[in-house]
Write a protein that binds this ligand. Structure first.
Ligand SMILES: Cc1cc2nc3c(=O)[nH]c(=O)nc-3n(C[C@H](O)[C@H](O)[C@H](O)COP(=O)(O)O)c2cc1C
Length: 187
């Protein structure tokens, strides 16, 4: 899959997670893609906790995830993305550590999509409970999680078809200006 194809095909698929095991090499490839992301002053503030044990995932779904996010427990792997805010680079009061994490996370999602794996970012978890279950230190924030799973059907494309057909995005004119704020490109 080419990069642009992966960008177009990535979508959130929390209702399309099979329990099929994932080869550790694929997980390494996905984390490797995250690791190559740029970061402010190359601080690389991201830390990943890869949860694979069925018992731990069950506990997480029983006590930490809430709302519709609990279905992520169907996956054989859940990755928590963490950082120490102290590792931040601040420029004009803008804290860049979360920005850096976002770059790494998107790399991770695109790599997973390229490999035919379903992902779905979720913030709906009790951070204190996640930290307790996973031994994450007090000064670390748990920013986001994603399941990693093969879709239950024959292929990623099949699993993503319905979701992609319903995708909603703002109009380009609403988000992109040319030369000055609010100005549109010449027709
Ligand atoms: C920071 C962040 C937090 C999110 N948290 C949740 C969540 O808690 N539960 C959920 O179902 N989806 C969550 N999502 C998924 C978004 O709803 C989803 O990315 C958005 O609707 C766009 O759909 P798409 O990912 O299929 O393109 C989150 C996404 C991001 C980027």
């Amino acid at each position: 899959m080419e990069t642009l194809e992966a960008i177009r095909k990535r979508c959130s698929l929390k209702n399309q997670l099979s329990g099929k095991e994932i080869n550790p090499e694929l997980i390494e490839t996905i984390l490797g893609a995250a690791r190559l992301a740029p970061s402010a002053r190359n601080t690389q503030p991201w830390r990943f906790v890869v949860v694979q044990g069925k018992d731990t995932i069950k506990k997480l779904t029983e006590t930490a995830f809430f709302g519709p996010a609990v279905v992520v427990g169907d996956a054989p792997v859940i990755i928590f993305v963490c950082a120490r805010p102290d590792d931040d680079v601040t420029v004009e009061e803008k804290e860049y550590y979360l920005f850096d994490l976002g770059l790494a996370v998107e790399n991770m999602l695109l790599a997973a999509t390229d490999l035919g794996l379903a992902t779905h970012l979720v913030a709906s978890f009790n951070e204190a409970e996640v930290k307790r279950l996973l031994n994450i230190p007090e000064d670390v924030r748990v920013v986001i999680a994603t399941p990693l799973a093969y879709p239950p059907g024959a292929s990623y494309d099949e699993a993503a078809e319905e979701k992609l057909s319903q995708r909603s995005r703002k109009d380009m004119r609403e988000i992109a200006y040319f030369n000055k704020w609010g100005e549109q490109a010449a027709e």
